[in-house]
Write a protein that binds this ligand. Structure first.
Ligand SMILES: C[C@H](CCC(=O)NCCS(=O)(=O)O)[C@H]1CC[C@H]2[C@@H]3CC[C@@H]4C[C@H](O)CC[C@]4(C)[C@H]3C[C@H](O)[C@]12C
Length: 324
């Protein structure tokens, strides 16, 4: 499972949790403007926008899970198992392999509007990267300061949804996730009134009773509701420190602790990493399961006119700050 969210204060933030039972050895990868982006089915863009994100790097090629470009457009791929379905390669079409979708959009689009237009021209195809890395079943959230969309390639075709919540989880399809929020419209950060019955003297005996009924489990539909409630009601000051901190608290509402989600005998899904990027500043913040201290990588600290990828291994050891 995974969850992604956006957050607006003075700047625009976006990020995700990556929940799984094993890691592909992902790294933070900065792709500069002159990195020779090659596409499987012959598409070309020689000079392109630079981007930073989390990727599994194979043969110097970044297989991005999530990333943001220098214009502030961000994107994240989350599991959509059983629903995702990609096209066959069509001659003469703009064939984009599923693993190329993030770099293809982020290398060319400066805004969500541009991305929406470009997506219409694309044939998203089921070509695997190689035999060891078969096609993943994903759907995507794409967002910038102006809003967000969800892209789902299913049997019936490509669905592009406006995403007014700025949240994505896993199954079911996005229209159902959004509809499900109707069930929770009475939840509130305020204390409830007794609408149950005038004949009963019902009392609030604890704080936080306005959100009673907010689902607490780790299923995808429940995480969607919980992170949406947290994000929509969350409050923070608008400076960088408070915004980033608040963002990690928002995704913290859906993080997975080892032992609570068993996927096979003795195997557990955990939140391997949580990311948060500042779209304007090109800073990629992350924490890992083992390292809760927030670490930052700034794309503008490397030469963005270069040709080579710059990668940083995820720091994964907690360093306790010893106060005495
Ligand atoms: C496993 C992850 C989703 C985690 C998740 O959601 N787990 C819940 C399970 S459940 O849905 O709740 O049952 C997803 C998210 C992004 C993916 C990579 C994207 C690039 C690349 C695409 C290639 O085609 C295949 C290899 C590749 C490296 C991918 C591997 C893997 O697929 C990644 C890490």
């Amino acid at each position: 499972m995974c969850t992604a969210a956006t957050y607006q204060t003075k700047d625009f933030y976006m990020g995700r949790t990556l929940d799984y039972e094993f890691s592909y050895g992902e790294k933070i990868a900065i792709m500069p403007r002159n990195y020779p982006l090659q596409y499987r089915h012959g598409l070309k863009n020689i000079e392109h926008y630079a981007m930073i994100g989390m990727a599994h790097v194979v043969e110097d090629y970044p297989l991005y899970y999530d990333a943001v470009n220098e214009k502030g457009l961000g994107m994240a791929g989350l599991n959509f198992v059983g629903n995702a379905c990609y096209q066959e390669v069509k001659e003469g079409a703009v064939n984009v392999a599923q693993y190329e979708f993030i770099p293809w959009i982020l290398s060319q689009c400066a805004s969500l509007n541009e991305a929406k237009k470009l997506i219409q021209t694309m044939n998203l195809v089921n070509t695997p990267y190689n035999e060891q890395l078969p096609v993943a079943s994903l759907h995507w959230i794409i967002a910038d300061q102006s809003g967000s969309i969800t892209v789902e390639s299913v049997k019936e075709g490509l669905n592009i949804y406006e995403n007014p919540v700025g949240v994505l989880a896993n199954n079911p399809s996005f229209d159902k996730q959004l509809f499900n929020l109707n069930n929770y419209m009475s939840l509130s950060p305020k204390q409830p009134q007794n609408l149950f019955s005038k004949e009963l003297d019902l009392q609030t005996y604890s704080r936080g009773m306005g959100a009673l009924g907010l689902p607490g489990d780790l299923s995808s539909m429940s995480r969607f509701v919980r992170v949406a409630f947290t994000k929509m009601n969350g409050q923070s000051r608008d400076n960088e420190r408070d915004s980033v901190n608040q963002f990690f608290h928002i995704l913290g509402s859906v993080e997975q602790q080892r032992g609570c989600c068993e996927v096979a005998d003795g195997k557990y899904e955990i939140t391997i990493y949580t990311s948060c990027w500042n779209s304007q500043k090109g800073i990629y913040y992350y924490t890992t399961y083992n390292r809760r201290q927030i670490t930052a990588v700034n794309m503008h600290k490397v030469n963005l006119d270069a040709q080579q990828l710059t990668t940083y291994p995820m720091l994964d050891d907690e360093e306790f700050y010893e106060q005495n």
